[in-house]
Design a protein around this ligand. Structure first.
Ligand code: SF4
Ligand code: MG
Length: 329
């Protein structure tokens, strides 16, 4: 049975006073079983809004989220509760997301109680299995408090709390960005192992394109609520096509000793969603921008190798009409 969580969302941020802000525009992503899709972009680009819309924590005003090819956008009551069990989200901050007054056992038990799963003996077995999944020994940690744990252990407990309901789909929203760099890789590896062991579909959200290389099969790069580039992770990391992706990649410190670090800075800040530039949304920060870019919005085009990119530089017809343009490929 093939699993799909798919979103094609057009949504507005909270606040009913016009003008409505389009946080996401024509975003279309498919995540399969045992697949980790990376969603990358700077803060404020709409990544978290998309993640929360997928698990129905946030109500999109348009578009659809499909789960097993069925829309979940209008689920109510029992069906919504069941979906909330199957689609879980893990947040960035393992310090504020765990109640400091509850023990680890109680924290992981909470969602089981909310979903009426029990008796207590069965819940204990499920809690032990969830801790086992995240490689934390229940025998020593069940009665510990969050303050007894390191940041990495806390995030593992947050993952166990999500896993205890046996979800099929997990949104991991910046799960390692508040953790010490030295332990980030181990938490990402755990997500990767869990995806394969449990057949989970994972949306991994991050502002850091360097981390998606560890675990993602597929990557979507987002800018101001739009996907600007999408394709297999190894292709995008080896050869980023969109000028925005190229700049995200250039911002990664070069770890090779003695190498000259070519650092191309992104100029300026992300424009606010109320003030989206005409034409290409990236034009106010793009070093390749032409008059065409500031007047005509590029489509997300599929290239011969199947990758998708939203930039006039890769549009053959336009490149012909503007012979001065040289694709940065
Ligand atoms: Fe830059 Fe123009 Fe491509 Fe936009 S369409 S990314 S402004 S070259
Ligand atoms: Mg965010």
């Amino acid at each position: 049975t093939h699993f799909q969580a798919r979103a094609g969302l057009v949504s507005a941020l909270a606040g009913r006073t016009p003008p409505a802000i389009r946080a996401l525009d024509g975003v279309d992503l498919t995540i399969g079983e045992r697949e980790i899709v990376g969603l990358v972009g700077e803060s404020g680009c709409g990544k978290s809004t998309l993640g929360m819309s997928l698990v129905r924590m946030y109500e999109p005003t348009g578009g659809d989220v499909l789960y097993h090819s069925e829309p979940v956008t209008h689920l109510k009551g029992r069906a919504l509760k069941q979906y909330r069990r199957e689609a879980q989200i893990i947040f960035q901050d393992p310090y504020s997301s765990l109640n400091p007054r509850l023990t680890i056992g109680q924290i992981i038990e909470e969602p089981l109680k909310i979903h009426g799963i029990g008796p207590a003996l069965e819940r204990r077995a499920l809690i032990a299995r969830a801790l086992d999944h995240v490689r934390i020994p229940a025998s020593t940690h069940l009665d510990s408090y969050p303050s007894d744990l390191s940041g990495g252990q806390r995030q593992r407990v947050a993952i166990a709390r999500a896993l205890v309901l046996e979800p099929r789909f997990i949104v991991a929203d910046e799960p390692v960005s508040m953790l010490d760099v030295s332990i980030q890789a181990s938490v990402l590896e755990l997500l990767d192992e869990l995806s394969r062991e449990l057949g989970l579909a994972v949306l991994y959200i991050s502002h850091d394109i360097a981390t998606v290389g560890y675990i993602c099969n597929h990557v979507a790069v987002m800018y101001l609520g739009q996907i600007v580039e999408e394709g297999p992770a190894e292709d995008i990391l080896a050869e980023p096509l969109h000028p925005y992706t190229q700049r995200l990649m250039a911002a990664i410190p070069n770890m090779t000793p003695g190498a000259v670090r070519s650092r191309i800075e992104l100029k300026g800040d992300v424009p606010s969603p109320q003030n989206i530039p005409p034409g290409c949304r990236f034009s106010s920060r793009c070093p390749f921008a032409t008059d065409l870019c500031t007047s005509v919005a590029p489509e997300l085009a599929t290239l011969a190798d199947g990758r998708r990119v939203r930039c006039h530089l890769y549009d053959g017809a336009i490149a012909e009409a503007y012979p001065g343009l040289t694709p940065p490929r």
